[in-house]
Design a binder for this molecule. Structure first.
Ligand code: GLY
Length: 383
């Protein structure tokens, strides 16, 4: 027979389940599912997977020449293959994320590293962050102007400093101490980006008017050891002023990785992604959903709960729901994510997102516009 404290515990448990059910009402009905966990975790799951993005925005096949499109697809393929190769060879998710981001930082096509947009003052201030899902160690830099590959510096912050987030001159001093070359600012000068800044000023336009997209780059990966990682790198938004910082270097907003739930990298209108805390919000919703399932079935969290989550498409729903929140507030953009089960997904509320994914199951695809292969969800394709 249950004693008074047992009854209190039981009541608390019931209340917790009710509260969690209310919070996660956006998901499929679950009450009857606890006894219906068919597949074991991993039975049909890829051993490794990777997803990349090179920005999202108002993209339409009508506004892009076939040559330009081919150029972007080739650059995405190079990045995807670089990351996938690491994973195929048994490398870590952290290594794969960096391997995938490096070629995008070195390409003029993307708003990161070499192709970064200009600030109002005509400089290139670079942001990046990276996170290891094993221990949630993270590193980030913002406002760096002399580092060719900020994603590598972010990782050094993670591994070689007692800090998570370094800015500006301090971050550059740290880079020199870590043996990074000082890249001359001219390296980041591209005529296309300068034209955008000048047009923005001359015609009193917003950065969205001149860029039509957020060219931030990112990668998320699951390795064959079952570990997750996420990384993001950007030049921010054309004409940014007053030391403006977007979501890309903010852990929890543009980047998050936690082996218990997922790895996310975002691209979009940074102010909104910070306000929603997009990357961590998606991971937290997944984690809480799993705990709720465990509570509901009266046992410890196990692989069957993860299998249920896959069957129900919970990951896509959670990502779409968080991106819908961004949209409600007035923001746009997209996310890529991978889960411990090897699913590699996208969600974006723009007409397109430069993206790609590959898995050990043989998936290997890149795409740009909504509705194409590998599109995951573009949940407001008319935007
Ligand atoms: N998402 C990049 C930025 O807003 O800076």
């Amino acid at each position: 027979m249950m004693g008074a404290s047992g009854l209190v515990m039981q009541a608390m448990k019931t209340q917790i389940i009710a509260a969690l059910a209310a919070t996660f009402a956006f998901l499929a009905p679950v009450a009857a599912i606890a006894d219906n966990h068919a597949d074991e975790h991993g039975e049909d799951a890829p051993r490794w997977s990777i997803a990349i993005h090179g920005g999202a925005g108002t993209l339409s096949p009508d506004n892009m020449t076939p040559e330009r499109r081919a150029e972007y697809e080739a650059a995405l393929q190079v990045a995807l293959d670089a990351g996938a190769q690491v994973l195929k060879n048994g490398g870590t998710a952290m290594e794969a994320v960096q391997a995938a981001i490096l070629p995008m930082e070195d390409s003029e096509l993307f708003n990161a590293g070499r192709g970064a947009v200009f600030t109002w003052e005509g400089e290139n201030e670079l942001d990046a962050s990276i996170m290891d899902g094993r221990d949630r160690s993270a590193g980030a830099v913002t406002g760096v102007t002399t580092v060719r590959n900020p994603i590598l510096l972010a990782d050094k912050v993670r591994t070689e400093s007692p800090h998570v987030f370094l800015m500006g001159e301090g971050a550059e001093q740290f880079a020199v101490e870590q043996g990074f070359d000082v890249t001359p600012p001219e390296y980041f000068y591209t005529q296309r980006r300068m034209d955008s800044l000048e047009r923005m000023k001359a015609e009193a336009l917003s950065s969205l008017d001149v860029d039509h997209k957020f060219g931030t780059v990112g990668a998320v990966a699951l390795d064959s050891q079952g570990n997750l990682a996420a990384g993001t790198s950007t030049g921010g938004m054309t004409g940014k002023r007053w030391g403006r910082i977007g979501d890309a270097p903010v852990i929890g907003a543009g980047t998050y990785a936690d082996n218990r739930s997922c790895a996310v990298s975002a691209t979009g209108w940074g102010e909104y992604f910070i306000r929603v805390g997009v990357a961590q919000e998606i991971c937290t919703r997944l984690r809480m959903t799993l705990y709720r399932e465990a509570y509901a079935s009266g046992g410890d969290l196990n692989d069957q709960h993860r299998a249920w989550m896959r069957e129900q498409g919970v990951v896509q729903k959670a990502a779409d729901a968080v991106m819908a929140e961004v949209k409600e507030l007035g923001g746009d953009g997209g996310v890529i994510l991978v889960t411990p089960d090897g699913d590699a997904l996208f969600s974006f509320n723009t007409t397109g997102m430069y993206r790609g994914r590959a898995t050990s199951d043989g998936v290997n695809e890149v795409a740009i516009f909504g509705g194409e292969e590998g599109s995951g969800t573009g949940n407001t394709p008319d935007h």
